[in-house]
Design a protein around this ligand. Structure first.
Ligand SMILES: Nc1ncnc2c1ncn2[C@@H]1O[C@H](COP(=O)(O)OP(=O)(O)OP(=O)(O)O)[C@@H](O)[C@H]1O
Ligand SMILES: [Mg+2]
Length: 620
């Protein structure tokens, strides 16, 4: 609960709207109370006239119409209608201020969390399930909003309405007030228990639903494997079991919900019976009027919801507090080392400025600075969080501008790890990496990354058009630039064969690219940035040798000054590399040009021979 106080800064930000909303709500309740008062006055007046009627044959209606009382009652009715009308308008205005404010706060909080999520280092994502992060940014925010919206509104409502009603009731008759209010504490307790039960069960149901939804997603994304392995029936069985559980849980909840409403009515009924019974006795004693009884019955119904919402609100608060402490924990996670990585704050309208970089030349444009492109690793070691052994150890290397660097080694040797340190996806625990003599940790991350074209091993593409995927590397790129990048990545021809060309949608909503097409589209995305450093992490594994050679040739001629790191398994592709580093178990075991390494007759030569044999076998 204490953590909820952390949210009070939002209360401060919107304090005037919240004050206005509260005043409107109190006013609304004020007008609501007029309704029973006018009813009582009218009823008492009618009763008085009925008693005073001179001739028993004359109808009450006729007597009313013929006296001043008729006018009085007509007036009262007018006030009554007016009160109802004002109450309605004020209630509308209240919701428009209070609930709308809570939506605004939800918006602010969601932006804050999204911003924070983007700043978190990759190590956070390595150790956190993506589902948890997703829940923080969706479900938990919705619950925290309830603290600002419904919980706040119901509290003000319950307090103001009960205060006004109980005061008026006490002014009429204290004893009758006691009888009328007697069942209400039970109502509050019952509402608290029931809403607690509903919350718990709803959580279980939600979790079960997540399992079910996850299952569906898994099945659909692996439908080819399932069909190929004839696993349809097994999957069906598993799904049935989960679905069965979902149904049982849901039915149990429905039962409690179905019981709650009649119980509520029963308690209200008790209250009304007590009022009529005790009130009836008092009318006979002349302590109260019939109109008072009618008035009290209405008061009791007015109090039902505020009292029930007391229990409900308490639950809301507990839930909001739990969600909020999870959110605060997330917000306390330290962000990635360099703040410059995402520098854009929200503008006045709360709109975030884009994070993508569209100044591909980055530091080169700074007066007095020319990027020489020398990269030095000095005794760099890195261990993944939670891992026992370092993924790379004691790596030292030196690379000049425009060098073509090959990195080879068995799978798991540490190639990807080595190269991920350059754009600072991770920072090394030992040693340092220098760019033109400056430790890259001292460079603004945003600028550092803007000069690197990175084609990651998993070459992830968005479920969007090919154009959007390529221009992800450089916003506002011209059509010509997009074409050029696609051409250099040898994927232009493929794209032009699709009906909608660059506007073809990929992924779940569109077509699926082949492995090689995906790789080449990712390369185009990196090339359009006109990077000073290009990293290809196993990015040519799914293309045929001829295309691979042609891409490398393109890169060689068109990007002469670009420093390139090429991780690849096909060693023959590295014939023209200036230098090749051979990694094994996280260490550099050999380095040199293709020919030099062949002469060494070590790891590289072994790998080369193995590949030759494999290729020959394939050709048989
Ligand atoms: N996120 C991670 N958390 C923990 N360990 C990891 C992580 N990523 C990689 N590793 C481990 O680090 C070592 C080096 O992995 P890396 O991905 O750098 O190998 P690689 O040379 O790129 O292999 P491949 O050729 O298969 O891509 C491996 O033992 C791997 O299991
Ligand atoms: Mg790898």
């Amino acid at each position: 609960m204490k953590e909820l106080l952390k949210l009070n800064r939002f209360f401060l930000k919107y304090k005037w709207t919240l004050v206005l909303g509260s005043i409107l709500l109190i006013l609304a309740n004020f007008f609501l109370i007029w309704i029973p008062i006018f009813i009582r006055m009218t009823m008492d007046e009618v009763e008085r006239i009925a008693e005073q009627m001179p001739e028993p044959h004359e109808s009450v209606l006729a007597a009313l119409l013929s006296s001043d009382t008729g006018w009085f009652i007509a007036q009262n009715t007018g006030f009554l209608v007016g009160a109802v009308f004002l109450y309605g308008i004020l209630l509308f205005a209240t919701r428009q201020t209070l609930i709308v404010t809570s939506r605004k706060i939800e918006f602010d909080l969601r932006n804050e969390i999204f911003d924070h999520l983007q700043r978190l280092p990759k190590s956070y994502y390595d150790s956190t399930r993506s589902g948890d992060t997703y829940t923080r940014a969706t479900e938990d925010i919705v619950r925290v909003r309830e603290y600002f919206g419904p919980a706040f509104m119901y509290t003000i409502n319950t307090l103001s309405r009960s205060a006004i009603i109980i005061t008026i009731m006490l002014m009429v008759n204290a004893k009758l007030t006691f009888w009328a209010l007697l069942p209400l504490p039970f109502l509050a307790i019952m509402a608290y228990w029931v809403s607690r039960y509903i919350n718990r069960r709803s959580n279980e149901i939600q979790q079960q639903y997540a399992i079910l939804a996850g299952k569906v997603q898994e099945v659909y994304s692996s439908i080819r494997v399932i069909k190929a392995f004839n696993r349809e029936l097994n999957e069906q069985d598993q799904f049935d079991r989960e679905n069965q559980q979902y149904r049982q849980k849901k039915l149990r909840l429905d039962l409690v919900e179905a019981l709650f409403h009649p119980m509520l009515l029963l308690l209200i009924g008790c209250s009304i019976i007590l009022v009529v019974w005790q009130g009836g006795l008092m009318v006979m004693d002349g302590a109260v009027t019939v109109g008072n009884i009618a008035e009290f019955i209405i008061y009791v119904t007015y109090l039902t919801w505020p009292v029930a919402s007391l229990g409900y609100t308490l639950n809301l608060l507990q839930r909001s507090a739990a969600s909020n402490s999870r959110i605060q924990k997330l917000l306390r996670e330290p962000i990635a080392a360099n703040k410059a990585q995402i520098t854009q704050p929200a503008d006045d309208n709360g709109k975030k400025l884009t994070l993508r970089d569209d100044s591909s030349d980055g530091m080169d444009n700074r007066p007095g600075y020319t990027f020489r492109g020398e990269i030095v690793y000095e005794n760099v070691s890195f261990t993944y969080p939670g891992a026992e052994y370092p993924a790379i150890q004691d790596i030292s290397l030196r690379v000049k501008k425009g060098d073509r660097i090959g990195i080879v080694g068995k799978t798991g040797a540490g190639k990807t790890t080595l190269i991920q340190l350059l754009p600072r996806i991770y920072d090394p625990q030992k040693g340092r990496i220098l760019m033109d003599g400056t430790d890259i940790r001292e460079l603004p991350v945003h600028e550092l990354r803007s000069r690197i074209g990175f084609v990651p091993q998993d070459n992830f593409l968005f479920s969007d058009t090919i154009r959007e995927n390529i221009t992800f590397g450089k916003e506002n790129a011209s059509d010509q630039e997009i074409r050029k990048a696609a051409e250099q990545a040898e994927v232009l021809e493929n794209i032009l064969e699709f009906g909608k060309k660059f506007d073809t949608i990929l992924g779940e909503r569109g077509i699926t690219l082949s492995g090689g097409q995906k790789q080449r589209t990712s390369i185009a995305r990196a090339l359009i940035r006109k990077p000073s450093i290009l990293i290809l992490d196993d990015s040519l594994s799914a293309v045929d040798t001829k295309t691979e050679d042609s891409i490398i040739q393109h890169l060689d001629t068109d990007h002469e000054n670009v420093t390139m790191f090429i991780i690849c398994h096909r060693l023959s592709s590295l014939k023209h590399a200036n230098k090749i580093f051979v990694l094994d178990e996280g260490r550099i075991v050999e380095e040199g040009s293709h020919d030099e390494l062949m002469e060494l007759d070590g790891h590289f030569t072994n790998m080369y021979r193995k590949q030759l044999i494999e290729e020959e076998l394939e050709n048989i």
